[in-house]
Structures are given as structure tokens and as C-alpha cells.
Design a protein around this ligand. Structure first.
Ligand code: IPD
Ligand code: CA
Ligand code: CA
Length: 254
């Protein structure tokens, strides 16, 4: 099933790449929340592929919603973001990906994130580690927040997130820098391979974080809620890190 997820993410990524930089249809889901024909084409390919190979599996996809199949006993669920980084994509900024995870009995067992512009394929399987283009990856060894490069995302409804500005200021004052690249799935893949030391964000959805959660954990890192409790993809906010700076991050997020 890992190979299936990898092949599917690569093929969907190819669709994104073919449409990237061209004039495409864009519509609005909210004031600043976009959906493009690339999101829809990528998602169509992924859903059709899953339905043909695993017809009894449930699917949770960003654009199609929760299409849980009711036939048969269903303990498998594919969780899909066909294009994470839609705003970047729509503006020609090359930071976006396809991200696919598989949940079994409530636990993420496979996570794949593919960045087609850099041809970088991040993959993880429960208990078997994480890889980037087939080579094992580990989180960074940075031991303090003051030496860390941190990444975050600005939620679409950030005006309602009153703590966000305080968290951002505190991380800016206490780290080497804070980045905001516009794709939560890439942010988390970069924590898994040590490019970033930590990540926090409010208001994400399960499809943004499902693969990244497994990537970070399998690469030796840690993902929790802001209070330090075990993370659950269905209820944000999220804090992920290399594990070594986690306690310091949670102090900021208290
Ligand atoms: C968004 C990206 C972004 C995050 C937003 C997400 P989308 O996903 O992951 O980094 O800050 O909260 O919704 O809409 O591009 O799939
Ligand atoms: Ca997303
Ligand atoms: Ca998306």
C-alpha cells in the first residue's frame, strides 16, 4: 500500500506540474481560501485510483469531503489533500504538494507527501521509518529554541485566532527565525528531514497534517497539542518538532 500511495502521489503531482504557471480556473471557497481546477483534477485522479484498487476503503478528501463507504466493515481510510499550497500555486509560487495518508483503526499507518517542483517524495510507514526519495531521514539535532528555525502557517481565519500574533512574536524573539511557506504538509515534511526544527499552526484540517504526523514521528520527532497531549489529526492546533525543543515550544504556546 505504501507503493500505491507513492505512485498515486507522483501521478497526481504530475497533473499539478502540467497546470502550474498556466492560466487556469480559480474560484473562492472563502474570502481568501481558493480552489483551482488543479486541486480538482488531482483529487479526481487520486479518488478514482483508490476506488479502483481499494473499493471498500473510506476516503476523506479536501474537496469531495468525507465519502465514507458504508458497504463492508471499513477500518481503512485514505486522507487526501490533492494540492496543499493552493494560494502559492495560484500565484505561481513553487511551493505546493500532494499529500496522502492511510488511517487504519484510527491510526495513521502510511504518509506520503510529494513536492513535484523539486521532485521530492517524502514517505513513511508506521514502525518502518521515514524517507526522502528512498533515503532514510531524521529530524534535526538542534537542542534549543534559540538555535532553531521554526515554521508556521497563517490560518485562513486568523483574524479569529487571538493568540496567533502573541505566539508569532514570541517565536520570532526566541528562535533564529520563523518561516511561512504556505504548505503545512511541506512544513511538516521539512521538520521530518531536519530542514526545520519545529512547526506550529492553528486551524488545520486532517488532510493537511495526516501524512506529516507520521513523517515526523517516524523520523524521530514529536507531535502534540499545545498542552503536550497526544495529537489527534481531527482536532487542531498542532505543535511538531525534533523532540529536543518540544518543551520550549510548548512553553511559548501555553
Ligand atoms: C493550506 C496550507 C497552508 C495553511 C492553511 C491550509 P490548502 O492548505 O496548508 O500552509 O496555512 O491553513 O489550509 O488550502 O492550500 O490546501
Ligand atoms: Ca491543505
Ligand atoms: Ca488543498
Amino acid at each position: 500500500m505504501l507503493n500505491f500511495a507513492i505512485e498515486t502521489a507522483r501521478d497526481a503531482g504530475q497533473i499539478l506540474l502540467e497546470k502550474f504557471g498556466r492560466k487556469i480556473n480559480i474560484s473562492k471557497k472563502g474570502d481568501i481560501n481558493l480552489v483551482t481546477e488543479a486541486d480538482l483534477a488531482s483529487e479526481k485522479l487520486i479518488i478514482e485510483r483508490i476506488k479502483s484498487y481499494f473499493p471498500k476503503h473510506a476516503i476523506l478528501a479536501e474537496e469531495a469531503g468525507d465519502a465514507v463507504l458504508l458497504d463492508g466493515v471499513n477500518t481503512w481510510k485514505w486522507i487526501i489533500d490533492p494540492l496543499d499550497g493552493t494560494t502559492n500555486f495560484a500565484h505561481g509560487y513553487p511551493c505546493f504538494c500532494v499529500t496522502i495518508a492511510l488511517e487504519h483503526d484510527g491510526e495513521i499507518v502510511i504518509g506520503v507527501t510529494f513536492d513535484p517542483t523539486r521532485n521530492e517524495l517524502f514517505a513513511a510507514e508506521k514502525g518502518k521509518g521515514a524517507t526522502l526519495n528512498n533515503k532514510p531521514i531524521r529530524v534535526s539535532e538542534t537542542e534549543s529554541l534559540s538555535e532553531s528555525l521554526i515554521v508556521t502557517g497563517f490560518p485562513y481565519d486568523f483574524k479569529q485566532k487571538e493568540n496567533f500574533a502573541r505566539h508569532l512574536t514570541d517565536f520570532l524573539l526566541n528562535s533564529r527565525g520563523v518561516r511561512r511557506d504556505g504548505s503545512a504538509a511541506i512544513d511538516m515534511a521539512y521538520v521530518a528531514c531536519g530542514r526545520f526544527d519545529g512547526f506550529w499552526e492553528e486551524g488545520l484540517n486532517p488532510w493537511d497534517v495526516a501524512a506529516g504526523l507520521l513523517l515526523i514521528e517516524e523520523a524521530g520527532g514529536q507531535v502534540t497539542f499545545y498542552n503536550g497531549e497526544k495529537y489527534n489529526i481531527y482536532s487542531p492546533p498542532i505543535c511538531g518538532s525534533n523532540g529536543l525543543i518540544h518543551r520550549e515550544m510548548l512553553e511559548v504556546l501555553r
